[in-house]
Design a protein around this ligand. Structure first.
Ligand code: FPP
Length: 247
């Protein structure tokens, strides 16, 4: 499981109608496995394969930023067996993609990676460093990520600057907050796709999704295909985005 080789693919809509940044809430792995009488980890393995296909496809059609909710700050409450299974997938993935660095994807880990075992944290840092000059697609992997936790993190950094006398409270703007998020410098999310029939954001990039469009489908993430993504992109292209303004 890593990344497919780059190929030119015509997007389902005109390139200028594509969202710049798409977020994926990869939900439904557990239910997918349960339906097959298999342990939850089986669903995550299948979900990982979908991730690989979708990430490669986003790059091939010209999407510039794709975020994936891999592990939330709330997922620590899952069983040790499930968490260890996800660690195993992460290790395997982080090793595999090292041989695909020439294919143009830059990886950024969004979230506090220090909570993962040291060897995973090191692999994450190495991948970020080794892929930092790639420009085809930026893949944001949200790992130990929670939107509220991210805002708290940003507030703490800003408070430290105020305490050190480097920033006046009245000079704090929306941009100041954005500059201290894990996603500093990354454009806001345009389109959030959540499969599996759940209609919520679940603490995913809450600041960055303030003006995002939402696309929900009942398909479980392991069954989500590039054709399903095309449908979401066509739907998105037909929406009128006003960002709070009038027509
Ligand atoms: C949510 O489905 C999914 C997760 C918490 C894990 C997502 C992880 C992957 C898709 C593996 C990708 C791994 C790498 C390294 C890229 P759920 O388990 O909550 O499903 P359920 O709601 O049906 O129980």
């Amino acid at each position: 499981m890593a990344l497919f080789a780059k190929k030119e693919v015509t997007p389902p809509v005109a390139p200028e109608q594509l969202p710049v940044h798409v977020g994926f809430i990869m939900d439904g792995n557990g239910r997918w496995a349960k339906k097959r009488g298999m342990p939850r980890g089986f669903g995550h393995i299948a979900g990982g394969k979908t991730y690989q296909k979708i990430l490669s496809y986003c790059r091939d059609i010209g999407i510039k930023y794709a975020s994936f909710y891999v592990f939330s700050t709330e997922n620590w409450s899952r069983s040790q067996e499930e968490i260890q299974g996800i660690y195993k997938l992460m290790r395997q993935y982080l090793d595999d993609v090292q041989s695909h660095l020439a294919e143009g994807v830059r990886w950024i880990i969004v979230g506090d990676k220090t909570a993962f075992p040291a060897d995973i944290c090191e692999r994450m840092k190495k991948l970020e460093e080794d892929s930092k000059d790639n420009t085809e697609l930026v893949a944001l992997m949200c790992c130990n990520y929670g939107g509220r936790n991210e805002l708290m993190h940003s507030a703490r950094e800003i408070a430290a600057l105020v305490k050190a006398g480097k920033l006046e409270p009245e000079d704090i703007t929306e941009q100041t907050l954005a500059d201290h998020l894990y996603t500093a410098g990354i454009p806001d999310v345009d389109l959030v796709i959540r499969p599996s029939g759940e209609l919520r954001l679940s603490n995913f990039l809450i600041w960055q999704c303030a003006y995002a469009e939402y696309y929900f489908t009942n398909i479980l993430w392991p069954d989500f295909t590039t054709e399903d993504l095309d449908k979401a992109l066509i739907d998105y292209a037909g929406r009128g985005r006003r960002f709070g303004g009038a027509e």
